[in-house]
Each structure stands twice: as C-alpha cells, then as structure tokens.
Design a protein around this ligand. Structure first.
Ligand SMILES: Cc1cc2nc3c(=O)[nH]c(=O)nc-3n(C[C@H](O)[C@H](O)[C@H](O)COP(=O)(O)OP(=O)(O)OC[C@H]3O[C@@H](n4cnc5c(N)ncnc54)[C@H](O)[C@@H]3O)c2cc1C
Length: 578
C-alpha cells in the first residue's frame, strides 16, 4: 500500500520559523483570528484526511478507474465516501471568500493543505482542485448574482467544477478554438461545440457540475482577442438555486490514459447548452487566466506532493532492504547483508528527492505568500513577483516531482517496476503534471518571453535583491552570491540578445527556468540551514542543505553555458532533416 503521512514537522518549521507567519499575518486584518493553535488544527485535520481517508483509496482508484455509460461517468467507488469527507470538512472553501461561505485562510497555509491532498491521492484531488480554481475565478470576475449562487455550492463541495478550454485543434494555442456562443433573448447564450481532455467534466461525486467554458461569440475577432468565458452548469439552477433542468452539455467519452486513472478526463459536447457570460465579451481569456494561474501553482503542488509520497516509500524501503555490503566493510556483520542506505548512490537518490521536495515546499510557500501579499496589500510589486514565480512554480515543481518519482522508483530496483509496491503508479500519475495546465515548455517561454523580457528583468532584479545573504551560514555566502550573479548575468545576456534573435527566448527558456529554480532553492536551503533547530530534524536539514549546495546547485554552471550557446544549435537543422 502507498502509505502517506503528512510531513507535519517540516510544515510547522516552515510556517512558524522560516516564514514567521505570526509576524506576517499580524498586520493583515483578514487573518487576525488565525492563531498557531488554529494553524496546527488545520494541518492536523488535513493530514488525518490525507493519511487515513485519501491515501488508502489511492491504489483502489487506480485499479477501478472511471466508467462511462450513455454520457454518464462513474468515479471509482471508494472515491465517493472520501469526496463526501473532503466536502463536508469544508476543505474546498479553505481559502474561499468568507462573504460566500469560504473560510478566508491564507494561501500560504492552503498550499500545505493542498500538497497533502495531492500527495495522498493525486487522481482523487483533481476533483477538488478544479473546483477550488473555478471558485477563485468566479470570485474575481463573476457578477454579484453569480457569486451568490455558485460560490457557496462550490465551497461546500455540493457542486464541483471543470475548466473547459482544450479542443482537438486548440491546445496550447487557444486562439484556434471553435466552440461558438450565440446570444439568446434573455441575456444568456447558447453554446455549441466540442472540447477534449476535460478533467472532472462528468462524474457522479457531486450533485451538479459547473463548467467554465471558453467560446467565441458570433462575430468576435479571431484569435485570443475574441474569446469569452461562460458558466455552463450541468443542471441549470432553478429560481431557488437548486439543480433543475438538464443542460445541453454531456460527456461523449472518457480518455484511457497512462496515469491519474481515477480522474475522469472527458470529451465534452455542447449542443445549444445554456451559458452565462462571466466578465465582458471577448475578455474571457484574461478571466480564465485567474483560474489557470491558480491551477498552475496547484499542478506544481501536485508534483511536490508526489515527491513527498515517493520519498516516504523509498526511504522506508531503503532502510529495510538488505543488499550488498558497505564499501568500507560490513555495517551489520550479524546480518547477511547491509541495508541499501550504505550505498552512496542510493543516498544520492534519496537526498536528491529530499532536497527538491523540502526545498520545493519552501518555494511553494514563498509563492503562496506573494499571492497573499498581492491580494491583501494590493502591493503591485507583490503581484509582479507572484506573476514572475508562477511559471517557475508550475514547471520546476512538477518537473522535479516527476524526477523524484522516477528516482524513488529506482531505489526499489525491479520492485519499483511491478505494481505491488505502487511506485509505478506514482510515476504514471506524476507524468501528467509537466504536460497539462500549459506544458512546461510553454511555462518556460512565459517566464522568459513575458515575465523577464517584458520589463527587461526588472521584477527579477527586485526579487534577487530581496534574497539577501545576510542571514545564511558563512559557507553558503559565496556560492549564493555566485548563483545570484550568474542568474542576473545570464538575464542581462538574454535581454540584450533577444531583440537580435527571435528564436533565442524559446531556445534558452527551459534552461533559464531550471537555473532560476535552482538559484531560488539555494537561497531557501541556506535560510533553512541557518535557522534549523539543534535536534535530529535540524541536523537532517543542514545535511540536506549541504547536499544541495555540493551536488545540485553546480548544475547552474552548465545551464549558464547552455543558455549562452544561443539558438543556433537548436535552429540550425532544416525541417526536412527531422
Ligand atoms: C489528463 C489530462 C487532463 C487535462 N485536463 C484538462 C482540463 O481540465 N481542461 C482543459 O482545458 N484541458 C485539459 N487538458 C489539456 C492540456 O492542458 C493540454 O493537453 C496541454 O495544454 C497541451 O496541449 P496539446 O495537448 O494540444 O499540445 P500542443 O499544444 O499540440 O503541444 C505539443 C508540444 O508542442 C509544444 N508547443 C506548442 N506550442 C508551443 C509554443 N508556442 N512554443 C513552444 N512550444 C510549444 C508543447 O510544449 C508540447 O510539447 C488535459 C490533458 C490531459 C492529458
């Protein structure tokens, strides 16, 4: 079984020691009632749900999968009681707007809760994550009536949500979408078209499904400037807000896929489906981005949760499995062999996972904090930072999550490849994270092409200035300074070269995102090492920090070289030679 135990000690360390939430939240009126006891109660409640309810049905959901019959989809049987507990516990409204029944908790805390749910059962939590994201979008862009009708139902989990963007010919390039929306006499619209790959587009866990659909109103401009956003409920709410008449939106099929098998991925058909516009006509993509940005961080958290789950299995296995002898002579002469932990290469794998997972947790919280600051202080610099960090959070956390899943599988040797231990499921379930919600290649392009080049690297520069080396262990001051110089230097180089070479941002972007991610993690690791307590937990932190600086941060030198190689090496070969 894939056991999952919430990393509560680490989470408390990050909240109270690294991010000092007592101080952080003291000046925010919305967070006045949040004291350490409440924070611990939230963490412990979420950890219990994750470990005792969601994790035990992870493999069962993978085995059973979803069933499609005549347009209706059944989610895996054991997901039903688990979903009830998720909903009834109020977890979907944790960071929701209190005016509509949400609990108004900080995103900084929400990140940790979501990491636990993803880690315990990725396929299951996809039903929740889309609902949370849709609620954020409606809260930001919906009319008063839309908020009053939909938000309480979404926060309570009675209704769930889906995000309907992708079409067969419109994946990354949403400007190519063809789903049409015709205005109706009563101010609503009628939608016609087909979408593919819609997560939670149809299932039987909630009494209604709220689709947020992008479509083109008759006569709208071509491309992304002609996209509008609509609420298309599966059952049209009646005057009292109860699910009424069945709408013309239905699942035409579900996908058979590599992983997240318990999550229903639907082909959705809209036949004169009643839709209610959100925001202005032709401004739908900007509204949708509110949801997509949330989902991007959420998918990063998916990778992070997977890394934690994978580590827990691999570390337990490495302690127990006896193979070979320590290079310096037997460590357990009384036994037939030593444990896997005596082998340097096994330790390399475990420490790599740990460095990326614990560093990733701190990084996700940094992004959560900047989102909270942007929302509650209205400070434009915080907004710019959140925007800068979002593509890194999506891509770096999910890439590293997948890498960690594969490394943990490797620790199991052949036992990682067979189904019994569950490691192959973690690998399959995590493989989607670098693909959906905007592929990681597209995230990297967003980082370089939009976030860095747009302001000539100004927001990045401000952020690097904030990552001071004042409060880090002496031995990390110099490597950190070099890492910052490298990031700033290569940023200047890209900013200077890009106008001369249109292919440069695309050729450099994945390496650049990786370099930025490693640099930020280095700073977080140095800070964590500085404040780690004098006990085994702190000793492990300091050792993992040392591993990060010695073995992972040096990759930035190679990335720097690769970026400065420019676009010639990738663009030189003619199309017909591929
Ligand atoms: C399991 C699953 C669940 C999903 N859930 C949802 C959902 O709930 N809602 C939804 O709307 N969609 C969903 N999707 C769709 C998903 O978001 C898309 O598959 C993804 O965005 C990529 O689009 P695509 O598959 O058409 O690939 P393409 O856009 O065809 O891309 C193919 C490759 O080309 C690269 N590429 C494309 N354009 C560019 C560019 N401009 N610059 C650089 N590289 C580029 C990509 O990075 C990728 O490597 C889901 C997909 C899957 C598999």
């Amino acid at each position: 079984m894939l056991n999952y135990q919430a990393p509560a000690r680490d989470m408390e360390f990050l909240l109270f020691d690294l991010f000092q939430v007592q101080r952080e939240w003291a000046d925010v009126p919305a967070f006045q009632d949040i004291d350490p006891d409440l924070v611990r109660a939230v963490l412990s409640g979420a950890g219990k749900l994750a470990g005792e309810v969601l994790a035990p049905v992870n493999q069962a959901g993978d085995r059973e999968g979803c069933r499609w019959t005549d347009g209706l989809v059944q989610a895996p049987t054991p997901f039903k009681p688990a979903y009830r507990q998720l909903a009834e516990g109020g977890w979907l409204g944790l960071s929701g707007n209190p005016a509509y029944g949400g609990q108004g908790m900080p995103k900084l805390l929400g990140c940790l809760v979501e990491e636990m749910f993803w880690g315990a059962n990725t396929a299951f939590y996809l039903y929740g994550a889309l609902t949370v994201g849709a609620a954020i979008c409606l809260d930001a862009h919906g009319s008063e009536a839309q908020k009053a009708l939909y938000l309480p139902k979404l926060y309570s989990g009675e209704w769930s949500a889906a995000m309907d963007l992708t079409e067969a010919q419109a994946g990354t390039d949403l400007g190519l979408l063809r789903t049409k929306a015709e205005p109706a006499a009563d101010g609503s619209y009628r939608l016609t078209g087909t979408k593919i790959f819609i997560t939670s587009g149809e299932h039987d866990l909630s009494e209604n499904i709220v689709h947020l659909v992008i479509a083109r109103v008759h006569g709208a401009p071509k491309g992304t400037k002609g996209i509008s956003l609509f609420i298309v409920p599966k059952f049209i709410p009646d005057a009292a807000g109860r699910p009424g008449k069945r709408n013309g939106v239905a699942s035409g099929a579900i996908e058979h896929k590599m992983g997240v098998i318990g999550s229903a991925t639907n082909l959705m058909n809209y036949e004169n489906a009643v839709g209610y516009r959100v925001g202005e006509e032709n401004a739908g993509l900007a509204c949708m981005f509110t949801m997509m940005n949330y989902e991007r961080l959420a998918v990063g958290l998916q990778g992070l949760g997977a890394g934690e789950l994978a580590y827990q299995q691999a570390a337990a296995y490495a302690r127990e499995r006896l193979q070979g002898r320590a290079p310096g002579g037997p460590q357990r002469p009384e036994a037939e062999a030593d444990s896997l932990l005596v082998h340097p290469d096994v330790r390399r794998m475990l420490l790599t996972i740990r460095a990326y997972t614990e560093g990733g947790r701190a990084f996700a919280m940094l992004v959560g904090r900047s989102l909270d600051r942007a929302k509650y202080s209205g400070d434009k610099r915080c907004q710019a930072l959140a925007e800068l960090l979002t593509p890194i959070a999506k891509a770096f956390l999910s890439d590293k999550g997948f890498e960690c899943a594969v490394l943990a599988q490797q620790v199991f040797g052949g036992h990682g490849y067979i189904k019994e231990w569950g490691m192959e499921q973690i690998v399959r379930d995590t493989r989607i994270a670098p693909i959906y919600e905007g592929t990681n290649g597209v995230q990297a392009l967003d980082l370089v092409g939009r976030k860095v080049l747009r302001d000539g690297g100004a927001a990045l520069r401000v952020f690097v200035q904030e990552m001071t080396v004042d409060e880090v262990p002496k031995e990390y001051e110099e490597p950190l300074r070099s890492a910052f110089d490298r990031l700033l230097g290569v940023t200047d180089w890209v900013v200077a070269q890009a106008p001369e070479d249109p292919n440069l941002p695309g050729a450099a972007s994945t390496d650049y995102l990786e370099l930025a991610g490693l640099t930020i993690y280095a700073w977080l690791w140095a800070r964590m090492a500085q404040i780690a307590p004098d006990e085994p937990f702190g000793e492990a932190k300091r050792r993992t920090a040392a591993f990060f600086f010695a073995k992972l941060l040096p990759q930035t030198a190679a990335l720097d070289h690769s970026i400065r190689a420019g676009s010639g090496a990738v663009m030189g070969m003619a199309d017909e030679l591929f």
